[in-house]
Design a protein around this ligand. Sequence first.
Ligand code: ADP
Ligand code: MN
Length: 178
Amino acid sequence: AESGGGGRKKPNILVTGTPGTGKTTTSSLLAEATLLRHVNVGDLVRDKNLHDGWDDQLDCHVINEDLVCDELEDMMEEGGNIVDYHGCDFFPERWFDLVAVLQTENSVLYDRLSKRGYTGSKLTNNIECEIFQVLLEEAKDSYPEDIVVALQSDTVDDINRNVTTLTDWVRSWCPKPE
Ligand code: ADP
Ligand code: MN
């Protein structure tokens, strides 16, 4: 896909990472600080039925990627969005000015997901996803290298630092010439 600013006046940021790494917490704080719009794709899929039913194996909705992209297109073209999702390979490359991949140390993530009620293969699949840096690889395969950043998200201090870093980035972002 073609990349570049596409004439938007405000940037679009993708916040991705394994479930439990802090995407929603980070995105909502970033939205408060920047007044950009927080788009929680998981909630959108559920609320607008952008799925093809329930996956019993993975215990989550089978997301319909085409419906999600159609739903988001106008908003993304306008700019000013923080997109929060645990996947990134099906969004058009041209949508994003920055892709932040949150990462969490395995034992910390294990505790967070256990607290969330994850057990068995759902828990171990997500821990393996983090160990093998699946989302970082997916981001690097899907977007230009220079817009992908990995951010550690183990502690509350990490969250605060990441929100500050991303807020500074938003404030210094300039629209690209068309
Ligand atoms: P995600 O949206 O990536 O699944 P959440 O933002 O919902 O993750 O965070 C999952 C849980 O872990 C929440 O209870 C949140 O408060 C906690 N959490 C997330 N990131 C951190 C962090 N860096 N430090 C401490 N707690 C965190
Ligand atoms: Mn979330």
